[in-house]
Design a protein. Structure first.
Length: 84
């Protein structure tokens, strides 16, 4: 996995979805907040809010879940210029 970005609540990783054979963008809750119930709820709310949006201008959420206690949001990987 490669880490192309980081935000206040999590890290953005480029990962490979082995079952489908494609790369995805994976947002993972930051270790600092991984066990804090308030931040876990906020991260889950973000995933649900993003998943409810349908627009050609918004990257769709493919999956949301937890692996080994680490929350994640998986979405399409968009290649191009960075936002920085």
């Amino acid at each position: 996995m490669e880490q192309p970005g980081q935000g206040g609540m999590g890290e953005l990783l480029r990962a490979r979805e082995e079952n489908l054979g494609r790369e995805v963008a994976l947002k993972v809750i930051a270790p600092l907040f991984a066990h804090a119930p308030d931040f876990r709820r906020r991260f889950t709310r973000e995933a649900r809010a993003r998943a409810s949006l349908e627009s050609a201008h918004v990257v769709a959420v493919d999956a949301h879940g937890a692996e080994d206690g680490h929350l994640y949001i998986a979405s399409q990987l968009i290649r191009g210029a960075t936002s920085s």
